[in-house]
Design a protein around this ligand. Structure first.
Ligand SMILES: Cc1cc2nc3c(=O)[nH]c(=O)nc-3n(C[C@H](O)[C@H](O)[C@H](O)COP(=O)(O)OP(=O)(O)OC[C@H]3O[C@@H](n4cnc5c(N)ncnc54)[C@H](O)[C@@H]3O)c2cc1C
Length: 384
């Protein structure tokens, strides 16, 4: 059956990226439909720790740093707007992020990062071991100081993802869960909609925001956007009194304090794994690393463990843009370990494109969706 209803855009994928796009487009008065083959927000987006680590994760100047910082700045008004529209609290807080130095090489690298942050006008501060302990009394005495970043806040990632979708509905979006998009509908060399497991949906604008599964749909239009999964495992614990107040970050391990004494400990990294099984090996590695940072975590109550598949690309940058030939077909995917952080700017950019506007102060050139078009995957290969 061909559905006659005509939307301003069909958004394929109801993770944090697709839901953000649905929200920002709906906020501009566009009528969109958001589709997921599962329930919304149950893949990579539900697994995230929710850090908005624009400074802690990126330490070189360039368009990606600018994109991350611009996106981070959107969170305070976003938290207010989503609360007003949905009554949901996305848990936005800025209680500081401590990137801990354990070896002398760490200390040197962190001092360089601080100098870089200052050179681009950002706050970052070196704390001695004593200062770190004063701020976080439960932290290990073995560390050699830490970089404190005040501006990198955090949110509750699963709540954010759902809040975007609910806000979009409040603003008039249609939603379809448990509906798989099987292929794109192309008519006269243009995008004309999608064919789902249920029906044909029509629109002259289709946005592919399907995380690690985006590439499969894009093959139909011979667009090569290689995205591969990097599995991450996490666990959470509960404490009667909060053990830590700042996010604590080290090699391969972070502890993110949440409301009510809850702490998320993440995250492992396993390339090319499509399964979401949580392994004992993964959890014990994380626990060992967490104990080195905050020894008293062993007294916390176990809550749960989970995993998710980060959508990684060949150069670590997301694909953002419109197809050169099939006008109206957009891609917003491959946000790897920063999809929560980058969700508002991605939603805003897509809404701008739909309105024919461009972000003059931001260079989106590095994210061109055709940049890997002529790269043979066999030749370059996915990282191993
Ligand atoms: C352990 C872990 C920790 C992380 N921590 C952070 C963090 O602290 N900060 C941060 O910024 N980022 C973090 N990330 C990264 C972040 O979670 C991802 O970048 C982000 O969730 C990607 O969102 P997405 O919407 O692109 O993908 P997804 O959330 O995977 O959503 C894609 C959706 O598309 C749907 N779909 C796919 N194919 C189809 C189809 N054919 N038809 C219909 N629907 C389809 C899927 O069902 C899915 O719901 C973390 C990730 C992991 C795994």
């Amino acid at each position: 059956m061909t559905k006659s209803k005509f939307w301003d855009a069909i958004i394929v994928g109801g993770g944090v990226i697709g839901s953000s796009i649905a929200y920002y487009m709906s906020a501009r008065g566009m009528k969109v439909v958001l589709i997921d083959r599962d329930r919304f927000g149950q893949q990579a987006s539900i697994a995230a720790a929710g850090m908005l680590a624009a400074q802690a994760e990126i330490n070189e100047a360039g368009p990606f740093f600018d994109l991350a910082r611009t996106s981070r700045a959107l969170f305070p008004p976003l938290a207010r707007d989503l609360q007003a529209l949905t009554g949901m609290d996305i848990g936005f807080t800025r209680k500081g992020l401590l990137r801990v130095g354990i070896t002398s090489a760490d200390v040197e690298a962190l001092q360089q990062t601080i100098a870089f942050q200052h050179s681009v006008g950002e706050q970052a501060e070196w704390l001695s071991t004593e200062q770190v302990i004063q701020r976080e009394p439960e932290i290990s005495r073995e560390l050699r100081g830490a970089m404190l970043v005040e501006g990198d806040g955090q949110v509750d990632a699963p709540v954010l993802s759902i809040a975007y979708a609910k806000a979009a509905v409040a603003l008039g979006a249609d939603i379809k869960e448990f509906t798989e998009v099987r292929s794109l509908l192309i008519e006269h060399g243009r995008i004309a909609g999608v064919i789902t497991s249920e029906e044909v949906l029509r629109s002259d604008r289709v946005i592919i925001a399907s995380g690690i599964w985006s590439g499969a749909l894009l093959e139909q239009v011979r667009l090569n956007c290689p995205i591969y999964p990097v599995k991450g495992e996490c666990f959470s614990v509960l404490t009667d009194k909060p053990l830590i107040s700042s996010t604590i970050f080290s090699h391969g391990c972070y502890l993110v304090p949440k409301k009510g004494g809850r702490i998320i400990v993440g995250a492992t990294s396993k390339l090319h794994s499509y399964d979401r099984k949580v392994t004992l090996g993964g959890i014990s590695t994380l626990l060992e690393a967490a104990k080195k940072l905050v020894p008293s975590i062993v007294n916390a109550e176990w809550e749960k463990a989970w995993s998710g598949l980060r959508p990684q690309t060949l150069d670590g940058l997301p694909y953002l843009g419109e197809h050169e030939t099939y006008k109206g077909l957009y891609v917003a995917a491959g946000h790897y370990r920063n999809g929560i952080l980058l969700s508002p700017i991605t939603g805003k950019c897509v809404a701008d494109w739909a309105e024919g506007k461009s972000k003059k102060h931001l260079s989106l050139e590095p994210y061109r969706i055709h940049r890997h078009q002529h790269i043979s995957q066999e030749k370059v290969g996915f990282p191993t």
